[in-house]
Design a protein around this ligand. Sequence first.
Ligand code: ADP
Ligand code: MG
Length: 570
Amino acid sequence: AATDAEPALTDGFQLVIDALKLNGIENLYVVPGIPISDLLRMAQGEGLRVISFRHEQNAGNAAAIAGFLTKKPGVCMTVSAPGFLNGLTALANATTNCFPMILISGSSEREIVDLQQGDYEEMDQLAIAKPLCKAAFRVLHAQDIGIAVARAIRAAVSGRPGGVYLDLPAKLFSQVMDAAEGARSLVKVVDAAPAQLPSPDSVARALEVLKGAKRPLIILGKGAAYAQADEAVRELVEKSGIPFLPMSMAKGLLPDTHPQSAGAARSMVLKDADVVVLVGARLNWLLSHGKGKTWGEPGSKTFIQIDIEPREMDSNVAIVAPLVGDIGSCVSALTAGMAKGWTPPPAEWTGAVSARKEANIAKMAPKLMSNASPMNFHGALGALRRVVQERPEALLVNEGANTLDLARGIIDMHQPRKRLDVGTWGVMGIGMGFAVAAAVESGKPVLAVEGDSAFGFSGMEVETICRYNLPVCIVVFNNNGIYKGTDVNPTGGSDPSPMVFVPDSRYDKMMEAFGGEGVNVTTPDELYRAVSAAMDSGRPTLINAVIDPNAGSESGNIGSLNPTSAVRKG
Ligand code: ADP
Ligand code: MG
């Protein structure tokens, strides 16, 4: 016990841990090293779950998706300079996707960095992080740790969520202060993301516009999934009777099998709708910027948009009825307004959408039953579709080109926030980071469906998955290359084409190297059985699914984004 002569002391290490714990942070996604190794040892000792990765980008992606799943900032910790830069990609991606995340990096001594005298891993990290996140702070004094962590949390989750950078110079950790004073310096964030009610005028305007619609459509985006206002969203959709289209990560917010889902009639509803209600979805490239031939006749659309970020409105096309506020409050206000009198959309419209949807589903069905070997994408995805249908609580991580675009359409989702994918940037490399955090945060089985190229960006984390014994089943769609496995070197030289990998690789052996299960499959039946067994056992598993090298198409569904040469010879 401390006496008067010897007051109890605390230090920077302890205060960082205390501040995170006080604010309900339970998991840290990290790569250890100077100067944070002791911090991580102590954090584990104090009951935080510390998940240690092999590369910071994967740790950062894990933190980002933890934020999306929980509405609390996911926390990633890295070493200075290169570790920081590796984590920064994930921080920027989180910010782009509106996922709340905090990147905490150790840094080198200010005096030396600022004079550019060449310290160990010298870099002005704060300046570099700033343009890539919502907010960036540096803490120089132990007594400021509490307020800095509080600011970081509030900045990450309030308003439009996003990434925050916290710079902690090495010297901070060993700074000592009086323990009682230290305890008083901590701040527990109150009401970090308060409800933001839409103005009554904007609600009335939106209802007025919606009432005049003959062919209305609701588009649900990942902001709507993030908001965890699942019941309010369902009520709006069902009370209004309006067909809905989920964006990729909003699939399952209402089940894809819902009678009002227009997922299988996407092209038709985008082209033919007259009034479109955007709910936590941006009119960016993924929605063709709200214009062009995807959206039918020029001038044929009227947009209503619900978003927490006022500046999102009018970003691509005019928003006739902007509704600024949180999803739950905005959607509930619209539903309440409908109680005063609402006529469902004309049966001519809803009937046409259903007819198109059923025709498209019927057209797809036989392809999904293909038991061809080597497998094509449809046969393999048909098998995975069944696995997910039988386990609606499982989380699905998905990246690749063809593997992504086709899985998005084929694999129905049945519950909210179960589909995690490449998001706004369409970035490759999220796979294993997302899979680890999905398992850690949910405690549920995770299925990661990965193109062979996509998997390569984070593949070393299979060791992490084995080390923590996580219930993750990875399926690598192995078609020997990027898009296809058939490109050849045009010079006839011995180097392979930049678009292909070692043919007939056995990714399953990677998993076996670390004590997990590896399986090689060549038919949809084998794939179905292997994935089902893995999902039921909860054992870390990697299934190498042999796909026909001819089966893919260039860039999956977004080949039109590839510039082509006008002068290239034949
Ligand atoms: P998608 O890619 O699924 O279309 P986006 O990431 O483009 O989704 O859009 C998500 C939108 O949701 C962003 O504009 C963001 O500001 C908004 N958003 C995020 N959280 C909330 C929330 N709680 N309430 C309202 N809007 C939100
Ligand atoms: Mg491939």
